[in-house]
Write a protein that binds this ligand. Sequence first.
Ligand code: FEO
Length: 401
Amino acid sequence: MPKHFQAVKVSEHVYWVGAVDWVSRDFHGYSTPRGTTYNAFLVMADKVTLIDSVKAPFREEFLTRVASVIDPVDIDLIVSNHSEMDHTGCLLDVADMVEPSRIVASPMGQKTIAAQFPGRPEVDVVKDGESLDLGNMELRFFETRMLHWPDSMFSYLADDRVLFSQDAFGMHYATCERFDDQLDPFVLDYEAGKYFANILMPYSPMVTKLAGRLGELDLALDLVAPDHGPLWRKDITGIVEKYARWAKQEPTMKAVIPFDTMWGSTEKLARSIAEGLHDGGACSRLLPMSGTDRATVATEILGAGALVLGSPTINNQMFPRMADILAYLKGLKPRNLIGGVFGSYGWSGEAIGQLTDALGEMQIEVVTEPMKHTFVPDGAVLEQAREWGRGIAEEMGRRIG
Ligand code: FEO
């Protein structure tokens, strides 16, 4: 049996048998400059249980890690906590090879797996609060609908005090290390926040409920094991508290300014607006869409107080890169922001109205008239832009208090 991929023991009865994806730089539109991992777990109970699997191209790595602990055919039970394809990519292969006595998933998980693999494999439903007998221990399940798919659920192994949390509390970060305390806390904080902003922000109300429920359950926890990135064993309280805080989307004196420019005039306005925001006590993140990916913009918006959009007009439209980021942000449903719109244009300037409409569709209140100008802004116009930025900062200050 090859030994080039080994399992990692993460608790008394649990092994990590996932895969490290060092190469991925784009996860369905989410930039992953640090790669990612697909975590799967083997519970060495009397009934050996596999929790989730990995993305299909990583089948060999995953099975080799399983085989470093046990002959894969000895897997008795399979639990699917989340049926997105980065976790069910090897489900069919494993089910065919192992012929487990049962595969279990949430009610929606059963439907999703049936839709992905019509006719097979057979999946049994486990309900919220139900337990699965592993012989000498048991797994308990908690439905976590829409965190971040309808099928999502957590599994809890009381014997080892481990919570298997599928995507929640995860991050895209390829490492050889498996635990939070082995890694740079600043990187963990950024990548966990980025993951929250891009995957979980639309479901913030459910995250708030989850945080409350975890508090009520008061589970004894030595390990939180998500399906991506490191496992939390040192700072479990910290990551749960961060989720509760991020889900509130409390605004701060920070303005995020995604903009594009054609001949540099909208950029000039953006720079002056940032100066004005600073005058008014806010910090700015000027994000040129010519070189900023969507996931970075979303990450900056987490905890911001204003979204200020700038675009020239081309062929009666906003710049296409602005349309791209707005389609992305609209789906993430950021809350507690105020909005503003600016841009330079030649004659008709339709982008201004289109950006304003986009903010309205996102339920972001536009708090001031647009800062618009035809062709190249001179010093007087740039001073107006600076004042305009200061006005947005002052409005943010009034609302944040
Ligand atoms: Fe990691 Fe929602 O899949």
